[in-house]
Design a protein around this ligand. Sequence first.
Ligand code: NAI
Ligand code: NA
Length: 396
Amino acid sequence: MIIEPRMRGFICLTAHPEGCAQNVKNQIEYVKSKGKIDGAKKVLVIGASTGFGLASRITSAFGCDAATIGVFFEKEPSEGKTATPGYYNSAALEIEAAKVGLYAKSINGDAFSNEIKQQTIDLIKKDLGQVDLVIYSLASPVRMHPTTGVLHRSTLKPIGGKFTNKTVDFHTGNVTEVSIEPANQEDIDNTVVVMGGEDWSMWMNALKDAGVLANDAMTLAYSYIGPEVTEPVYRKGTIGRAKDHLEATAFEITKQLEDVNCKAYVSVNKALVTQASSAIPVIPLYISLLYKTMKAEGIHEGCIEQIQRLYSNRLFSGNAIPTDDKGRIRIDDWEMRDDVQAQVSKLWEVATTENLSEIGDLAGYKQDFLNLFGFGFDGVDYLADTSELVFVPSMK
Ligand code: NAI
Ligand code: NA
């Protein structure tokens, strides 16, 4: 079968196994080119198959020489149907790790459930004993609460009033105005349940209670702040409330895990094209203007560059971990530079359908979006037959 991209709104229904493997190989090469990092040695990544979580797994493995266990929720391939990209990414990661003798195993299932937590604990016990770093990088629209059985849905809504601003359909380049009705209290509560810190805390306590968390271990979750134009729909919207909760949970976890001296941190990362961010209104337009500006300044980064810098310059630099006045690690520092933000605001004011391909990096956005699904990579023969199903080695 020859696999082509099949776009449906914010997602692509197909993924290319060879292309996803190429994506992983490119990220590995990047990490290797930056040299070894004296960091964690046994790493659990929750949300390990795409975006920042995948970059964290790659940096742990190929930067720190760490054994990694990756947890994710992806679809396997079947006759005539491709897997989701995170599945192929994880297959490639395990294959590349095996080539250099690095331990890498994966668990595919709902990380919010008690069952997957238990499976993960059992695997750590059996193979690694303990872990010394836990990356929490889930992005999900729903969470089935493990104790109540209630299915919660997160929303991306403003709070306190309707929000109207520009947005772009990145497939067509059409810039239009979008209006989003404000959230009610239930929307806010549900979003906090899904994307806040409760599940992170449940994971960390379960790991500790099972004795699989090493003394002096560290755990890290990812957050976002961003500019004023996206504030109503992001940082001051429902998702922002969840991020406030996640950030507050870092302090809770550090307190709860005091006896094993485990420290919990939140890292604020840069806006990037991922499956999660493509679904948020207004953000794709901001990202296309941001990419243009940061590329012109020579400071553009993708997930792997962000996480490699996070590990080498923040987490494992040999110095104390630098944080802002709210205790957060800031690897969004280049995005938030005054000159970058001033330029993006200027572009935001004038952006239209007619000028976006010039003043914004719409092409870069589209390229990154295709890349998420394994399409558009040099060195991949997209006309070749791919009828052999690719499986994650540890899950065969
Ligand atoms: P992503 O969509 O690329 O990755 C999500 C990961 O979570 C995947 O590995 C997926 O398999 C896994 N996952 C989702 N539901 C699951 C479930 N029920 N059980 C197990 N695994 C599940 O998302 P991205 O963008 O990498 O987001 C990761 C974190 O980074 C999120 O907290 C996000 O808010 C944050 N972040 C994202 C930014 C962006 O611009 N993309 C910027 C700053 C922070
Ligand atoms: Na991720």
